[in-house]
Design a protein around this ligand. Structure first.
Ligand code: CTP
Length: 398
């Protein structure tokens, strides 16, 4: 989930430092790269070995390695990280950051960090509510430093009140939301069909079309980057899905695509039919290669299953169902007919008359057709077209 993301975790001297071990574990489990930086006071609470083991990296505590004089560069650490999480952040460290003090490796790294900083304050309730601390919080917020608010409850002092460090799961979620951006499809399952289908004539020949699957795959990447669990039913294409939240189910024929969609439709929240499904398939598939005889060859075709029409009949009220229409003439009329007959919530229309739109291009120009409204978009790369479509699905879902 966080593959490729680099997280620097700063630990300062508070009892909740023990919870930071769980936080590091959560980051590692999500495949992030983690480096840990500790203040001297933090070492009184948790051994660096704990963090070194969990993060699978050496822990930084001093400017120099006393053994060999090697320099731990705060500048390099600050540039390396995509996010700097300070948990726990004591009142003392927060005050130092607010005033630009750089008297240890952690505060020096804060000053030189180019990445976003997320702090999880932890302190006694009176220190927390103290005017100076509150002013320091405001100063940090004004500078764009993010906060995972402290919670209320039993404190190490024996008192009870606000000052407990946010739970590791909460800090993890804030970090993830920042690193991955909009997660408006978290917990949603999305079914997408993509690419062409191949209808076999004999063992060496088939009927198909020019679809490359680029639009369907771009949609799968956009949905999954926004937290969705995607099932991508794909005809034969040359593209590979990148996001690990995409489960690709490879199919060849329209019949296979139909059966695979049927198995997955009832459990999905959203279904997008972007495949260019063959409308006809040979009535008979020859078991051996058809030989030329010098005579005319007549191939009898029968209609395939209309997958979208079949799913449209099964569609529940809380499901959002989207179709595509690639037209060469009477575009709007044809799109409106398909919108109704297949029970789509909206249909994405592209016309082959538009330059740079349709099969094989990296760009597309679409019009989204609703029952009573249309939205027209400019020609743009397919990943941005996917964003426009997914934004409209999000609106429908809400
Ligand atoms: N579709 C489908 N199964 C089919 C044919 C089409 O699921 N056998 C879906 C497409 O994925 C698309 C929508 O239906 O979302 C419209 O497809 P399109 O090929 O434009 O329309 P058809 O219904 O095939 O009508 P025509 O070929 O006459 O334009």
């Amino acid at each position: 989930m966080l593959t490729g993301k680099k997280i620097l975790v700063g630990v300062t001297g508070g009892i909740s430092a023990y919870k930071t071990a769980t936080l590091v574990r959560l980051f590692k489990k999500a495949n992030a790269e983690v480096k840990v930086l500790m203040t001297q006071a933090a070492k009184q609470f948790v051994q660096p070995l704990t963090f070194a083991t969990l993060s699978q990296n050496p822990v930084y505590t001093d400017f120099f390695n006393p053994e060999n004089g090697e320099w731990n560069s705060h500048v390099k650490l600050g540039i390396w990280a995509d996010l700097f999480v300070i948990a726990p952040a004591t009142a003392n460290t927060i005050a130092k950051i607010a005033n630009g003090i750089a008297d240890n490796l952690l505060t020096t790294t804060v000053l030189s960090a180019r990445c976003k900083i997320l702090t999880a304050p932890a302190m006694d309730l009176d220190m927390y509510s103290n005017q100076v601390t509150q002013k320091n919080f405001s100063t940090l917020k004004e500078r764009g430093i993010m906060f995972c608010e402290a919670g209320e409850g039993f404190l190490a002092s024996g008192l009870s009140g606000k000052g407990r460090m946010a739970e590791p799961e909460e800090i993890f979620l804030s970090a993830k939301n920042y690193l991955l951006g909009n997660q408006d499809f978290l917990g949603k399952k999305v079914l997408i069909t993509a690419g062409p289908t191949r209808e076999k004539i004999d063992p060496v020949r088939f009927i198909s079309n020019y679809s490359t699957g680029k639009m369907g795959y771009a949609l799968a990447e956009e949905f999954s980057s926004r937290g969705a669990q995607v099932v991508l039913v794909s005809g034969p294409v040359d593209i590979k899905a990148k996001n690990q939240n995409i489960k690709v189910l490879n199919v060849n024929s329209a019949q296979e695509m139909y059966e695979t969609c049927l198995e997955n439709f009832s459990s999905c929240d959203v279904a997008v039919m972007s495949a260019a499904v063959a409308d006809f398939t040979p009535e008979i598939t020859a078991e051996t290669k058809i030989k030329k005889t010098g005579d005319e060859m007549i191939l009898t075709l029968k209609p395939t299953k209309d997958i979208a029409a079949a799913l449209g009949k099964l569609k529940r009220k809380n499901q959002v169902f989207i179709g595509f229409a690639l037209e060469t003439d009477n575009e709007m009329l044809n799109a409106q007919k398909k919108l109704k007959s297949k029970n789509f919530d909206f249909i994405v229309l592209n016309s082959l008359k538009d330059k740079g739109a349709g099969f094989g291009f990296d760009t597309n120009k679409i019009t989204i057709v609703f029952e009573n409204e249309t939205k027209t978009f400019d020609l743009k790369p397919k990943n941005l077209v996917a964003k426009d479509i997914v934004d409209n699905v999000a609106e429908k879902l809400s």
